[in-house]
Design a protein around this ligand. Structure first.
Ligand code: UGY
Ligand code: MN
Length: 244
């Protein structure tokens, strides 16, 4: 049933809210038995690409020569590179450096959040190696001493990485303590719960399944509403000089 043209999705110059009712599926090069919803890409104004991928059992993620970050939203998949073989389950994540041939094969119906970005080197700093982890094993730290707002940094605190991916969990009623305006951009996937997101000059109701892109300097604020925690996965460019 259509909704007479109504949607919460909105695409603005400096931000995007992408809600599931507007998702259009595509197949990216090399994907087999899998589809993708591309939430944001350079075509939309971002310096990275983020998509959600749905894989059937035996399905494969496509190819890339860029850096790739994968977070398993649901299901199970095997990651293989020339040097490692690693089973991934819900909450697992993997970082693949650029020019790292690999396969990602679903062992059951699997949903992934995927982020891709060309690598920006930093002088003589060595580029990162393949990394696999699980969110449950990452230490959770309060943001600005607020125990009701917990952050997990999924990638190591190393300047070899040119981006960061974190999860942020808000207890009901918790909120960012300030409106942030910063040079970094964000790709954000709502994983659980919901609340109100300020993007630019407007406040939007958001819920699990929604994606948000915030461009550089997009005024942003979030408050969790509801009886259960709100949680999101958030990307930002990191560790590099904005002038480069
Ligand atoms: O890392 C961040 O900039 C984060 N606090 N931003 C956000 O949640 N919108
Ligand atoms: Mn921010």
């Amino acid at each position: 049933m259509h909704k007479l043209g109504y949607t919460r999705s909105t695409s603005q110059r400096g931000h995007l809210l992408h809600t599931p009712d507007t998702f259009v599926r595509t197949v990216l090069p090399g994907m087999e038995h899998a589809t993708a919803v591309v939430h944001i890409s350079p075509a939309g104004g971002a310096a990275f690409t983020q998509y959600s991928a749905d894989l059937e059992p035996g399905g494969n993620l496509g190819i890339t020569s860029n850096q790739r970050f994968i977070y398993v939203l649901e299901g199970a998949a095997d990651l293989a590179t020339e040097t490692i073989f690693h089973p991934l389950t819900t909450g697992s994540y993997a970082y693949l450096p650029e020019d790292c041939p690999h396969t990602l094969t679903a062992q059951q119906t699997t949903r992934l959040a995927v982020i891709e970005k060309p690598y920006e080197s930093l002088g003589s700093t060595a580029s990162p190696d393949v990394l696999v982890g699980h969110e449950d094993k990452v230490l959770s730290v309060p943001l600005n001493d607020d125990p009701d707002l917990q952050v997990r940094n999924l990638l190591p605190n190393s300047s070899s990485f040119d981006f960061a991916v974190n999860t942020m969990t808000y207890q009901p009623g918790a909120a960012l303590s300030m409106v942030e305006v910063h040079v970094m951009e964000h790709g954000l996937l709502m994983l659980e719960g919901g609340g109100i997101y300020r993007l630019g000059e407007q406040w939007h109701p958001v819920a699990a399944g929604d994606f948000i892109w915030m461009g550089p300097y997009c005024p942003q604020w979030f408050g969790a509403i509801g009886k259960r925690p709100a949680k999101y996965l958030i990307y930002k460019d990191w560790n590099r000089n904005p002038l480069v």
